[in-house]
Design a protein around this ligand. Structure first.
Ligand code: IPE
Ligand code: IPE
Ligand code: MG
Length: 245
């Protein structure tokens, strides 16, 4: 019998707390977003070191468009700069970069940069890094349902055959290992419309650490916490213990 692996195969992170981090330093919110880049490098390094296969980071939610125009603009500028600067390093590290979400909302230069980075790193396998931008869990479920409905309309799928597996195949990240660990920094205990479908049986880890302060040690603590969980998937603790042998 196999023991539950102590290392999660797929981790997702709501990178929250940049604004508060900046406020504590009497600096503008964009200063906090900029500082968050270092934390991204830290978790990528950490995942490579710990042997995590996939990392999905929430960078911009479908609700974040409601923020002040100046902050949205600063975030878009940061994405462009980060893409230009970090793609080479990620490629050298063997990271495959993907963007997840409704990318049609972004302007052409940014979309081209995203496509170029994805194409450049497409052959890498050490770590699958997904950046969720203009992503919403409800949008994801809706786009999967729409895709299935279109397949039915084309006569390629029977309506009765639309079940969890059919929809699941059409959700974002379906080609990756199931989500094992969902981390949120910044102290709030909510999902904020991130990976609603995929997180159905993920272990949740909430930490007060603000995103710019999150580092490899913080990631290691979250993974250790995950390693202590008993994942029962509806069964009893005794059944799980029997399985482990
Ligand atoms: C998360 O940090 C980054 C994004 C949502 C883009 P916040 O900007 O939400 O920081 P707080 O929650 O206001 O501290
Ligand atoms: C979630 O953080 C989105 C990202 C981290 C990109 P928010 O700061 O937008 O979440 P709420 O609005 O406080 O729930
Ligand atoms: Mg926030």
């Amino acid at each position: 019998m196999t023991k539950t692996p102590a290392i999660p195969r797929h981790i997702a992170i709501v990178m929250d707390g940049n604004g508060r981090w900046a406020k504590l330093r009497h600096r503008p919110r964009s200063f906090g977003h900029n500082a968050g880049r270092k934390a991204v490098r830290e978790v990528v390094e950490g995942c490579l070191r710990e042997g995590v296969e996939a990392l999905t980071l929430f960078a911009f939610s479908s609700e974040n468009w409601q923020r002040p125009e100046e902050e949205v603009g600063a975030l878009m500028g940061l994405f462009v700069r980060a893409l230009d600067k970090e793609t080479d390093e990620l490629h050298a590290q063997g990271v495959r970069l993907r963007f997840t979400g409704d990318l049609t909302a972004f302007d052409e230069p940014l979309r081209e940069r995203m496509q170029a980075s994805m194409a450049r790193t497409a052959g890498n396998h050490k770590l699958h890094l997904n950046i969720a931008v203009n992503y919403g869990g409800r949008w994801d479920i809706a786009q999967a349902a729409r895709d299935a409905a279109c397949a039915v309309a084309r006569g390629e799928l029977r309506a009765e055959a639309v079940d969890e597996a059919e929809l699941g195949r059409r959700m974002c990240l379906a080609e990756l290992p199931p989500l094992d660990l969902f981390i949120r920094t910044g102290g709030d205990c909510r999902l904020s419309n991130f990976l609603l479908w995929q997180a159905a049986y993920a272990e949740l880890h909430f930490t007060d650490t603000l995103w710019p302060d999150f580092d490899q040690a913080s990631l290691h603590r979250a993974i250790e916490d995950y390693g202590r969980r008993e994942r029962r998937y509806g069964r009893t603790g005794d059944q799980v213990a029997m399985d482990k042998g």
